[in-house]
Design a protein around this ligand. Structure first.
Ligand SMILES: Cc1cc2nc3c(=O)[nH]c(=O)nc-3n(C[C@H](O)[C@H](O)[C@H](O)COP(=O)(O)OP(=O)(O)OC[C@H]3O[C@@H](n4cnc5c(N)ncnc54)[C@H](O)[C@@H]3O)c2cc1C
Length: 367
């Protein structure tokens, strides 16, 4: 089949990879470079972890996610995963860290629980007296997104796919199976797969009731000299407890120490808007992490990266079919870890036509 893919984030690249392996003729169109620094997949690193609290279906799906990444590493000849595990820090009864722990225990997955004194010996950046307990899970780490994008793009070119960078699709004709690019070129195919991330509503405004676009930012920090070793050896911090909704990725691959918080996001009508960080924005994100982190004012802001992403109302992933067009989004702020698996699942649905099964899997529902 001749297939056009709109969007070269992880969902589009991995779908192109899987479809090319299955013998299809693939053209992938990306409005910017690959990787695109404005895309959700365009930052240095993203977290992979087993923990999923009460959305347990996604915890089980992590086994498939790891298997799909393994298949990808084999094809591209290198592994862009730093398997350093993750910790969560609980500050209040019933906080998200505690939900993650309960989810792991219910699923029978391994974890190590640390009382505060023990946790501080292991993770010297934590502040005494600010948390109830921490726990470690070996099933997690950091995926190196930019390196993954570069290597999938290289693999695609070497295996006969066409990649059009700096080429914006301005319209999709679902009935005809064609797309029109900004210079007026019409590209026709048997099927169009749209993996346009936070820009999808520009092509399909009718999805506004299903998807909401947010603008957020993450901050890169240089820790005080005497805490550098603690961070260099630290697992990923999936949740810092309380209501911060905060996660931290230690230096890994080419990416530095990064802090991000779900509190620091706001609705936006356009993924291109407001993409330059405001003065003091990095410090504001950093300061959300005290407690449980100590001496935060000594951490120097080195970079602030803005991002745009879409959410569904229940934070599950999304697919909808319109004639010859399939729109897919592993969205809601937690889709990167499933990237390679999403590509394989979308490719399978193209071959067997079973979009309901794809949707069940994307929503982590029982089949
Ligand atoms: C701050 C932040 C932290 C996150 N942390 C994690 C995490 O730790 N772990 C995790 O698993 N997930 C995480 N996520 C979510 C994850 O990044 C996304 O789920 C995933 O990257 C989405 O990939 P995508 O390919 O669907 O979209 P994107 O990466 O946004 O890619 C869409 C691509 O389509 C292109 N495009 C759009 N419109 C057009 C057009 N008209 N023509 C041509 N090209 C077009 C865009 O330029 C873009 O490159 C995080 C997201 C954010 C924003």
């Amino acid at each position: 089949m001749k297939i056009t893919i709109v969007g070269g984030g992880i969902a589009g690249l991995s779908t192109a990879w899987s479809l090319t392996k299955a013998g299809h003729t693939v053209t992938l169109i990306e409005q910017g470079p690959i990787p695109n620094p404005l895309a959700a997949s365009g930052d240095h690193h993203r977290i992979i972890r087993r923990a999923y609290g009460n959305a347990g279906g996604y915890a089980d799906a992590i086994s498939e996610a790891y298997a799909a990444w393994d298949e990808l590493w084999k094809d591209i000849g290198t592994r862009h995963l730093d398997p350093r595990g993750f910790i969560c820090v609980s500050r209040e009864a019933g906080d998200e860290a505690e939900e993650y722990r309960e989810g792991l225990e219910q699923g029978g997955y391994p974890l190590e629980l640390y009382e505060p004194d023990d946790a501080i010996k292991r993770y010297a950046y934590l502040e005494q007296g600010t948390f109830r307990y921490a726990f470690f899970s070996p099933e997690g780490g950091a995926l190196h997104c930019k390196k993954i994008a570069i290597d999938i793009a290289r693999w695609l070119r070497a295996n006969g796919a066409t990649l059009l960078e700096d080429t914006k699709v301005i319209a999709v004709d679902s009935a005809a199976g064609s797309v029109t690019t900004a210079d007026g070129t019409v590209i026709s195919a048997d099927k169009v797969i749209v993996t346009a991330g936070a820009w999808v509503l520009k092509l399909f405004p009718n999805l506004t009731s299903t998807l909401t676009t947010y603008r957020t930012a993450v901050v890169y920090l240089e820790p005080p000299a005497d805490l550098k070793a603690a961070w260099a050896n630290s697992p990923v911090v999936l949740d810092v407890g309380g209501r911060t909704d905060g996660y931290i990725i230690p230096p890994s691959g080419d990416g530095g120490l990064k802090f991000g918080s779900g509190l620091h996001k706001r609705k936006t009508p356009d993924a291109n808007l407001d993409r330059i960080a405001a003065a003091g924005e990095g410090e504001a994100i950093r300061d959300l992490f005290a407690p449980p982190m100590k001496r935060l004012s000594e951490y120097k802001v080195t970079d602030v990266v803005t991002c745009a992403y879409t959410f569904t109302s229940d934070e599950r992933f999304f697919a909808t079919e319109m004639e010859k067009c399939l729109v897919v989004s592993a969205c809601s702020g937690h889709g990167y870890k499933f990237g390679a698996a999403v590509g394989r699942r979308v490719a399978r649905s193209v071959d067997d036509g079973d979009v309901p099964r794809l949707r069940h899997w994307l929503r982590a529902e029982a089949a």
